[in-house]
Design a protein around this ligand. Structure first.
Ligand code: PLP
Length: 422
């Protein structure tokens, strides 16, 4: 479409907005709204940008599943040979169900349960990114009880400020994530002494929606210093995992390209033997998808005018939670004069908005595309207000694949029971 669209495979034709070769109006007519629509070509292009920038260097790209955990999306990455970064046993099950390989899975997260550890050990994952001393001991015990050895890295908190939203910065001293870099060396010595652990590497993840490479380069420098310190004691790393976090353009942000983001890191690692790992989420799926919604009502007011759509904060919470700004594009453009609107949903909360103060020429029944919705959209959705969650579609050329059916209302309370009468 216009130069303003951050979604590379979105265009405007005589039938309105097209994603790859598919008219969004046709998707809405066939599957209803709200519906998430992802572009397979855009997913592939985003992944290949990493692979291309990494070139011949030993490196792996482990897609952060929590950004978009749909099996269809995971299967696209699995087919490309991706690894996966998971944060729960549920995500591990999804990766395996989508055809991903366990030996390419890294397991992050501050609260791994014993059951999750057993599940991941039995599956044979590549590495646990351990986030505390307690977890280290528990993992050793759990591995011992199964008679196996657990591959580990410590997730180190490098105490750098990623300059992003406080809810999505994770590498500062006051964050709950990782072990303090001042404690890391002692914990590695402890890990080396535990019989059922095998040290594989070191990891960090400093935050999300990073718009320049400075903070990650600083963090990488701290990890390398630790690696060299420990190497002198005979503790060696096979890989160094720099996490995810590369930002995307929602509005007018100017994140570095993947190549520009990786270039200084590749420079820093030149001549080193460790494999480099990355855990991108948002930068692989964010601009590969949109949320398609239909206008239910136009509600003019004295101070504000509202467009009330059939998608809501339960479907897409980034605006309410992070003040996220997302482009809104009418699927079929109208010529009338625009009016300034807030785009809101049917949920009973004042925080239920998708966009504010947008100039739109629209009528009741029109379709709107909420752009850059491929990451932290469906994966953060809920059933608040007993709203069945949206369907999900992947388009591929002129083909349309339903990769998640719309939920039914009955399924929402299928696990519940009323108390017996009397
Ligand atoms: C969320 C997360 C990621 C992905 O972050 P993005 O900003 O989506 O790239 C990677 N690693 C870990 C440990 C995470 O928690």
């Amino acid at each position: 479409m216009s130069a303003a669209s951050p979604l590379p495979t979105l265009s405007r034709g005589s039938r309105g907005l097209m994603l790859e070769g598919v008219a969004l109006a046709d998707v809405a007519a066939r599957f209803g709204t709200p519906v998430y629509v992802y572009s397979r070509a855009a997913l592939i292009a985003a992944f290949e940008a990493y692979r291309h920038a990494l070139g011949e260097r030993p490196a792996s790209v482990c897609y952060a599943v929590k950004a978009n955990a749909n099996l269809g999306v995971l299967s696209v990455f699995a087919a490309l040979g991706a690894g996966f970064d998971i944060v729960s046993g549920g995500e591990l099950a999804r990766v395996l169900a989508a055809g991903g390989r366990a030996d390419r899975v890294v397991f992050s997260g501050t609260g791994k349960s014993r059951a999750e550890m057993r599940q991941a050990l039995l599956a044979g994952i590549r590495c646990f990114n351990v986030e505390s001393a307690g977890e280290l001991e528990r993992l050793d015990e759990t591995a011992a009880s199964l008679g196996v050895t657990a591959p580990i890295a410590l997730r180190v908190n490098p105490d750098v400020d990623p300059g992003t939203h406080p809810y999505i910065s994770t590498g500062l001293k006051h964050n709950k994530f990782g072990v303090a870099s001042t404690d890391a060396a002692a914990l590695y010595r402890r890990a080396a002494a535990l019989p059922h652990l095998r040290i594989r590497g070191i990891a960090c993840h400093i935050g999300s929606q990073l718009l320049d490479a400075g903070p990650i380069v600083e963090a990488a420098g701290k990890l390398l210093a630790l690696a060299d310190l420990l190497a002198a004691e005979g503790i060696h790393f096979e890989h160094i995992d720099l996490g995810g976090g590369l930002g995307i353009r929602y509005r007018d942000e100017a994140p570095p390209t993947v190549a520009a983001y990786l270039a200084p890191l590749l420079g820093l690692f030149e001549g080193r033997s460790e494999e480099l790992c990355f855990e991108p989420g948002r930068s692989l799926t964010g601009n590969a998808g949109l949320l398609l919604t239909r206008i239910e009502y136009l509600k003019p007011g004295e101070e504000k005018h509202f467009v009330i759509v059939d998608a809501a904060m339960n479907d897409f919470i980034r605006p309410a939670l992070y003040d996220g700004w997302h482009g809104i594009a009418p699927v079929v453009a109208r010529t009338g004069p625009p009016r300034r609107y807030d785009v809101v949903g049917p949920v009973c909360e004042s925080g239920d908005f998708l966009a504010r103060d947008r100039d739109l020429a629209v009528e009741e029944g029109d379709l709107l595309a909420l752009l850059s919705a491929g990451a932290y959209g469906m994966s953060m959705s809920s059933n608040y207000n007993s709203r069945p969650r949206a369907a999900e579609i992947i388009v591929d050329g002129d083909e349309v694949h339903l990769v998640r059916e719309r939920e039914t209302v009955e399924s929402l309370y299928a696990l519940e029971r009323p108390l017996p009468r009397g």
